[in-house]
Design a protein around this ligand. Structure first.
Ligand code: AMP
Length: 455
């Protein structure tokens, strides 16, 4: 089956061919004709299924008729995060290469005035996050009465992030007669309620999860001591003892832990970037771009920042923290093993709460995740394991008969020593000094002796 039977315009078909797509994905095949027939669509699909093109391609086709008026966007796309919004804008640039449409991205971290100039000119497609849209609306910069089509993307993520009241408000601000396309990966009760309230007789299109995660990803668990420095130590051992880490995303549960881990890895000489919600927009985009292009090997990220991002070909995912919601585990490990490639996902388990969270994940995915360190199975949860020999090679559980690799000589050790000496000679902040010491816990004790400091 090709794209030609779906009813898309010639301009769109040319752009699709230029993108190299031969066959529509199931969500594209099923949703596009209904979107073009002006039906509301409830799409149950996650990233990686081609859902962005499923709404972008028919929207481009429909927008060929008509013109935008100042401050009155014709179509509105709501995304939970700035990165996803920026990614959708890229899709419009790619698939809309043969169109002369005004596409505006309205997101935090980008100057209000620049965005305002665009709105004044009139936009065909406004891509935004709920908060930023309401900011502009409240300042009287924007009228939503001209919206013909509303896309709500990653709705379950919006729910996790507390955006549902904003979504409800926006749904009431756009005309009742607009067309609505609603995408979500799961259907918790709150999402069901919203769809019942705001979609009119929708066509339900449900596609299977992309063939990633569970089938093409080797998963494993590794124990660690509970202290942050012990977990950092475990992570470094894992990365260094694996011989096939092309690139990796390392997930933390909290933003501040992303920042701390990023700094620690950078100090230890790793090629690393960070991605979390407190970074300003240019820094987030730059970090992501560097990782995509392979200019850095490791990306330390929070769930919010990384959810739904299209980063092909990630060889490893490390869960520095066990995710608090089992769903997040599936999303995280879905970053690797994409498009049929094999991937490895390793989770650091530290303490009884982590063990409980792992049990919930195993229940959700319907399988046990193997321990990569044999002692872990016998060790009571929470007992430090960071001192044990690093035998967590990602290959360890594959039963390929290969011996565990010996740990690499710590080539960053001298750098770490120099840093401690240097810090010791300054000691501006005892808390910082303490954490730096603890981060270097693998050093021989004699190197950690306090350095005399002259006043
Ligand atoms: P999405 O689920 O929208 O994030 O898309 C996932 C990836 O699939 C993106 O990199 C798209 O460029 C790619 N893609 C979308 N549609 C197709 C298609 N019909 N054939 C091949 N790749 C596609």
């Amino acid at each position: 089956m090709s794209f030609s039977h779906l009813g898309l315009s010639e301009k769109v078909l040319t752009a699709v061919a230029a993108a190299g797509y031969k066959t529509p994905t199931p969500i594209q095949d099923q949703a596009i004709p209904h979107v073009l027939a002006r039906r509301d669509v409830l799409g149950i699909a996650q990233t990686g299924t081609g859902k962005t093109a499923a709404f972008t391609l028919p929207m481009l086709t429909m927008l060929e008729q008509g013109r935008a008026r100042a401050r009155m966007p014709r179509t509105l796309i709501l995304e939970p995060t700035r990165e996803l919004a920026a990614q959708v804008e890229e899709s419009f640039a790619k698939y809309g290469a043969n169109h002369k449409l005004n596409v505006a991205l309205l997101i935090g971290g980008v100057s209000f005035d620049d965005q305002d100039v665009k709105l004044t000119r009139g936009v065909d497609v406004l891509i935004t996050t709920p908060g930023r849209l309401l900011d502009h609306f409240e300042r009287g910069r924007l009228l939503l009465t001209g919206v013909e089509l509303l896309v709500i993307d990653e709705a379950d993520r919006m729910l996790d992030m507390g955006f549902i009241p904003d979504i409800e408000r926006i749904c009431k601000l756009v005309p009742f007669t607009r067309q609505t396309l609603f995408f979500t990966a799961t259907m918790p009760p709150e999402i069901r309620r919203i769809t019942e309230q705001f979609l009119h007789n929708p066509v339900r299109v449900e596609v299977a999860k992309p063939a990633t995660t569970l089938s093409t990803t080797a998963q494993g668990l590794v124990t660690s001591g509970r202290e942050p420095h012990e977990k950092r130590d475990t992570l470094r051992r894992l990365i260094r003892s694996a011989d096939n880490v092309k690139n990796a995303i390392i997930f933390c549960n909290r933003k501040r832990d992303v920042a701390t881990l990023y700094r620690s890895l950078a100090r230890h000489g790793f090629s690393v970037q960070a991605l979390h919600g407190d970074m300003d927009q240019p820094a987030r985009m730059a970090a992501l771009e560097q990782f995509r292009k392979g200019e850095v090997t490791l990306l330390v990220a929070s769930d919010v920042a990384a959810r739904g991002l299209d980063i092909p070909d990630v060889s490893h995912v490390y869960n520095f923290d066990v995710p608090m919601h089992p769903d997040d585990y599936v999303h995280r490990i879905g970053r690797t093993g994409r498009a049929g490639r094999s991937g490895t996902a390793i989770t650091i388990v530290a303490g009884s709460n982590d063990a409980k969270a792992v049990a919930a994940i195993e229940k959700l995915i319907g399988q046990a995740i193997p321990w990569l360190d044999h002692q872990s199975e016998k060790k009571p949860p929470g007992e430090p394991a960071a001192q044990q020999a690093p035998r967590h090679s990602p290959q360890a559980h594959r039963g390929d008969g290969r011996r565990h690799r010996a740990p690499r000589p710590d080539s960053h050790r001298s750098a770490a020593v120099a840093r401690i000496d240097e810090t010791g000679s300054r000691r501006p902040n005892p808390a910082r000094a303490r954490s730096e010491d603890s981060d270097a816990s693998h050093l021989p004790a004699f190197l950690l002796r306090p350095v005399p400091v002259k006043a």
